[in-house]
Design a protein around this ligand. Structure first.
Ligand code: SAH
Ligand code: SF4
Length: 371
C-alpha cells in the first residue's frame, strides 16, 4: 500500500456552489465557471480537468495547477450475495473507514462516515470503543459518494444509482458540524448530487445544541439514536445523555420538525437482550413518543468482539414492535442485509428510512497501512 501524497491543491469535492464560485472569482474567473465545473463533476461524473471540454484551455491549466478532484482510496471491495456492497477506504496514511451500498428494488442507499472513530463512547458501539481519531473534511465526506457513484457504474444521463445517503457510518456527524454541513449542501444542491431532503439522513446520538443549529441551516431527514426510554438507562448506553438528557433531546427534535416543517424524526433503538427490550420499556417509550412526529426503527444489535451485549431474540423484538404499534407509535423492525460479507464494519447503513439494516460486523476499520 502506498501513502497518498499530500498536496496543497484545493480539492473541489469539498466546495459548495458558493465556495466554488468564490474560489473561481478569486482566481480571475467568471462565476458561471463554477457551475460548469459542478456539472462536469456531478452530472457527468468527470474527475479530470482535461475532459471538461467547455472550459477554456487557460482555465483548465489553472485548475490543474491549483485544484484537484481527489477521492478516498479503495483498499478492498466486497459484494454480498444480496447485492450489498462494501468498501474499505483509506483516508490517509493510517486511517480507514468503511462504506456500504444497499440496493433495493426502489432505491439505492449509501452509508457514509463523518469521522474516523468517535469520541462519544456509546457502550454498544464498536466505533465508540475505539475512540476518536479525526474529523473528515467536507471533501472526504463528499468524496465517498462521488467514489461510490463511479464504482457503481454511474453514467451521465443514466438512472440514479445512489438515491439515498445516510450519515450512519463511523462518527458523530454533529460533532463535525463544520465539515458535515457543506458536504450535505453539496449532496442536496441541484447542481451537486441533487438529493431531496427526505433522501439525505443524518443520524445523531443527540448533540442538542447542534440540533438547534441544524434547524437553522438544513432541512435534511433527522434520525436520533435513542436506545433507551429513560435517563437512568440511557446514561449508561449513550453517555452524552448525561449532558443532554432525554427531555432536552426530544424538545430539540420537535423544534427541528416545527422549524423545518418536517414529517417526523426517526428514533433508532438498538435491541439489547435483557437491557432495553422489555414490555415495560416499550410502554415507557410509548409515553415519550405517542402523538409526536416520531417513528421508531428497531435495530438488531450487531455484536463485535469483546462486547458483553447480546441481540434480543426475534420474538422479543417483535413483541416490542407490536406494543409500540398497538399504542400508536409507528415502529418497524429491520431485516439485515449483506450478512455474508459481515466482514468488519458493524454498520447499519440504510437503516433509518430505508427499511433494512446492513449487517456488517464491527463498525470500525482502523487500517494500519504498510507504508
Ligand atoms: N454517531 C451517530 C451516527 C453513527 S452510528 C449516531 O450514534 O447516531 C449509526 C447507528 O448505529 C446509531 O444508531 C448507533 O446507535 C448504531 N449502532 C452502533 N453500534 C451498533 C451495533 N453494534 N449494533 C447495532 N447498531 C449499532
Ligand atoms: Fe459514536 Fe454513534 Fe457509536 Fe455512539 S453510536 S459511539 S455516537 S458512532
Amino acid at each position: 500500500m502506498h501513502a497518498t501524497p499530500v498536496t496543497d491543491r484545493t480539492n473541489l469535492l469539498g466546495l459548495t456552489r458558493e465556495d466554488l464560485e468564490r474560489w473561481v472569482v478569486e482566481r480571475g474567473g467568471r462565476p458561471y465557471r463554477a457551475r460548469q465545473i459542478m456539472k462536469w463533476l456531478y452530472k457527468q461524473g468527470v474527475g479530470d480537468f482535461d475532459s471538461m471540454t467547455d472550459l477554456a484551455k487557460d482555465f483548465r491549466s489553472l485548475l490543474k495547477e491549483a485544484a484537484e478532484i481527489r477521492t478516498p482510496e479503495i483498499v478492498t471491495a466486497q459484494t454480498a450475495s444480496d447485492g450489498t456492497r462494501k468498501w474499505m477506504l483509506r483516508m490517509d496514511e493510517v486511517q480507514g473507514i468503511e462504506m456500504v451500498y444497499i440496493p433495493e428494488p426502489d432505491r439505492g442507499t449509501l452509508c457514509i462516515s463523518s469521522q474516523v472513530g468517535c469520541a462519544l463512547d456509546c457502550s454498544f458501539c464498536s466505533t465508540g470503543r475505539q475512540g476518536f481519531n479525526r474529523n473528515l473534511s467536507a471533501a472526504e465526506i463528499v468524496g465517498q459518494v462521488w467514489l461510490a457513484n463511479r464504482e457503481l457504474g454511474f453514467q451521465a444521463g443514466g438512472e440514479r444509482i445512489i438515491t439515498n445517503v445516510v450519515l450512519m457510518g463511523m462518527g458523530e456527524p454533529l460533532a463535525n458540524y463544520r465539515n458535515v454541513l457543506p458536504a450535505v449542501r453539496i449532496l442536496m444542491d441541484d447542481l451537486g448530487f441533487d438529493l431531496s431532503r427526505r433522501r439525505v439522513t443524518l443520524s445523531t446520538s443527540g448533540l442538542v445544541p447542534q440540533i438547534y443549529r441544524l434547524a437553522e441551516d438544513s432541512n435534511l431527514a433527522l434520525a436520533v439514536s435513542l436506545h433507551a426510554p429513560n435517563d437512568r438507562l440511557r446514561d449508561t448506553l449513550v453517555p452524552i445523555n448525561r449532558k443532554h438528557p432525554i427531555a432536552e433531546l426530544l424538545a430539540a427534535c420537535w423544534h427541528y420538525i416545527d422549524e423545518q416543517n418536517g414529517r417526523s424524526v426517526t428514533f433508532e433503538y438498538v435491541m439489547l437482550d435483557g437491557v432495553n427490550d422489555s414490555p415495560e420499556q416499550a410502554l415507557e417509550l410509548v409515553d415519550l413518543l405517542r402523538g409526536k412526529p416520531a417513528k421508531v426503527n428497531l435495530i438488531p444489535f450487531n455484536p463485535f468482539p469483546g462486547t458483553h451485549y447480546r441481540c434480543s431474540p426475534p420474538a422479543a423484538i417483535e413483541r416490542f414492535r407490536d406494543l409500540l404499534n398497538r399504542h400508536g407509535v409507528i415502529a418497524t423492525m429491520r431485516k439485515t442485509r449483506g450478512d455474508d460479507i459481515d466482514a468488519a464494519c458493524g454498520q447499519l447503513a440504510g437503516r433509518v428510512q430505508d427499511r433494512v439494516t446492513a449487517r456488517l460486523g464491527s463498525k470500525l476499520v482502523s487500517v494500519v497501512a504498510e507504508v
